[in-house]
Every structure is written in structure tokens, then in C-alpha cells.
Design a protein around this ligand. Structure first.
Ligand SMILES: [Zn+2]
Ligand SMILES: [Zn+2]
Ligand SMILES: [Zn+2]
Length: 332
């Protein structure tokens, strides 16, 4: 993420701020032009501003912003705490939509409809009814809003024996499934390149997942995969690897913006970073991670980035980076 300053007083503002904490100016963010004073310019605020503190500008011709447009189902607001859960999810989703936009990945389908669509749903109150499963199908990402509750997410993380579970990670993982479909559709060359590194995705998905949950990952998985879950099926490997490409790009850009990578020879900013081979990005990232892991440990926090980037994993990430770069240049 970049850093931003108040259009009125130039004090630093955070990406989620609706107002400047220094001068009180009301702010709105435009994905193309950045922050502006709410009163000035021609843009109108997103219709969700008062509801969930969305600080973005309404997209041209519609009441909602580019990010809120992609949410087609919102949770039942008559249920206590659901508004807050919705707000937390959207606060994590706006940076993702901005990153997809800045990478020039398509955010609308051929008919002009916003895709991927996010459906934010709570489990049914009837405990015997089926639970809402987070996942992707045909351009629709379903997210169980319980993931917005820190305690619940931590409970699942611990139960699933995962080193890391965040809303940001979920969102990055799920959009990967959508972009696999969109970016390979009718492109045998791209599909072939992905199959070469991730394996053949035509193997039965349901059976593969069942086998994964019954037998667990192969013991040598850290040599070849970013996570245990990535071993379940080539689509999951792709989604897990994609999420980590986004973690690295965003993490490196943010570190650059705060002057933490002054000795590194990488060019600055997302547009330039996506042009760099993954082997260079991971080299810089690993050095940063070693330092930040140590700083976290010094304060008794959990590890900052508890993952190993084996050479085979970096090759997968390079295939994803090349795919994103090529799709971004050609507009899909
Ligand atoms: Zn200000
Ligand atoms: Zn909005
Ligand atoms: Zn998945």
C-alpha cells in the first residue's frame, strides 16, 4: 500500500479514514486520483459511507463505489453485530479491489457487470441447517461473516492448525479462483503454462478435497507448497500461491513507502514491482521478513510471516506474476 496525506493539511492519513485526524477534513478516496476533500470536486461519496464508513467515491453513474459495487449480498442487518462484521470485511476488501485495479486486472465482465461478486452471509440461526461455506463458484465469492470475528477466526485457525488466517488472506485466496477462470478462459497457452507448474486441474475436485482432509498433506509438502492446504488440488495451490504473491507485492510496496527498503535495489511502487521477477522480489522479502520476525519476537508477538518460500514455490509465484503482468498489459 502507498502512503497518503490529507488534501487540506498534508498530515498523514490512513487508507480507511473518512476524516483527517489532524484538521477534521472529511475525506473521500478515488481509486484513480487518490484522496480529496469530500466537499470539493465533482465526485459524490459512496452510498455506504454512513452505513459502514466506506470512504470511497461513488463509481461513475451509480451510488456505490468501485469496491462496494462488487458486494451483491450483504448480511442481515437486523441481526446484532452484522453491520460491524460487514464493515470489517469491506475495510479489508477495499485495499484488495484497489490492488486489482492498479494491476489492471478486469473488475467487470463483458456485459459491464461487476465481477467477482461478493456474497457476505451469516450462518442460519437454525443450528441444524447447513453452515455457510467460504468459497468461490462462477464469479461469486461467498464469505461467512463469522470470519470477521477475531475470536471465531482464531478458533478456526487453531482447529485447522493453520499458521495464519486473516480476512485479507481469505479475500486474496478467493479472488484467485475467479481470476484462474477469467484469465485462462479461451487461452490454451495460459492454461498450459499453469498446468506445467500447478499440475492438472481436471482431477476431481471434490474427491481431492476429501482425500486431503482424510489423509492430510504429504510429509515433504514444505519443499513444494506454500501451505498444507495448497496440496489439496492444483486450484488451491494456485489460490494459496496467488495470495502470497499479493502479500509480497503489498508488503514490499508498504515497506518501501516507509523507507524500510532503502538498501534494496528494487524499483519503487506496485507498477514497477510487478515487472520484477519473483526471484528478486522474494530475495528482498525474505530479508525483510527475517528482520520483522525478530522485531515481532522481541515484543512477544506471533511471527510476522510464518512461511517458507522454497524454490518450487517461487517458481509457482513467478508463473502467477507473469500471468498477472501479461493480463494487466492486455486488459484481461
Ligand atoms: Zn487534514
Ligand atoms: Zn463504498
Ligand atoms: Zn480455495
Amino acid at each position: 500500500m502507498q502512503r497518503f496525506s490529507c488534501p487540506s493539511c498534508r498530515q498523514e492519513i490512513f487508507f480507511r479514514n473518512t476524516a483527517c485526524l489532524a484538521c477534521g477534513a472529511q475525506l473521500r478516496f478515488d481509486p484513480d486520483t487518490g484522496f480529496a476533500d469530500l466537499q470539493e470536486g465533482s465526485g459524490t461519496p459512496c452510498a455506504n459511507r454512513e452505513v459502514i464508513n466506506c470512504n470511497w467515491t461513488a463509481h461513475e453513474g451509480v451510488p456505490l463505489c468501485l469496491s462496494c459495487l462488487h458486494t451483491t449480498v450483504v448480511p442481515d442487518l437486523s441481526i446484532h453485530d452484522n453491520r460491524e462484521r460487514w464493515e470489517r470485511i469491506e475495510t479489508a476488501k477495499r485495499p484488495l479491489i484497489l490492488m486489482l485495479h492498479r494491476l489492471h486486472l478486469p473488475l467487470f465482465d463483458g456485459r459491464g457487470a461487476a465481477v467477482p461478486r461478493f456474497e457476505l452471509k451469516g450462518d442460519p440461526l437454525d443450528g441444524s441447517a447447513p453452515r455457510i461455506l467460504t468459497g468461490h463458484a462462477n464469479g461469486t465469492i461467498t464469505l461467512n461473516i463469522a470470519e470477521a470475528d477475531d475470536a471465531e477466526r482464531e478458533r478456526i485457525r487453531s482447529e485447522m492448525n493453520e499458521p495464519y488466517r486473516t480476512l485479507t488472506g481469505h479475500l486474496r485466496h478467493e479472488v484467485a479462483h475467479h481470476y484462474w477462470d477469467v484469465l485462462t478462459e479461451g487461452r490454451a497457452d495460459r492454461l498450459g503454462q499453469l498446468r506445467e507448474v500447478f499440475g492438472d486441474e481436471r482431477q476431481d475436485y471434490a474427491v481431492a478435497l476429501q482425500t486431503h482432509y482424510a489423509e492430510g498433506p504429504p510429509p515433504d509438502w514444505p519443499d513444494r507448497f506454500i501451505s498444507a492446504y495448497a496440496t489439496a488440488h492444483p486450484w488451491e495451490d494456485f489460490a494459496e500461491s496467488w495470495a502470497h504473491v499479493f502479500h509480497l507485492l503489498d508488503g514490499i510496496e508498504t515497506a518501501q513507502a516507509f523507507g524500510l527498503l532503502t538498501s534494496a535495489t528494487l524499483p519503487q511502487g506496485l507498477d514497477a514491482l510487478i515487472e520484477e521477477p519473483m526471484s528478486r522480489l522474494t530475495g528482498v522479502w525474505v530479508e525483510l521478513v527475517i528482520a520483522l520476525n525478530a522485531v515481532n519476537q522481541a515484543l512477544g508477538h506471533e511471527t510476522f510471516y510464518p512461511f517458507v518460500l522454497a524454490p518450487a514455490v517461487v517458481r509457482k509465484q513467478e508463473a502467477i506474476r507473469a500471468l498477472i503482468r501479461e493480463a494487466g498489459r492486455s486488459g484481461g
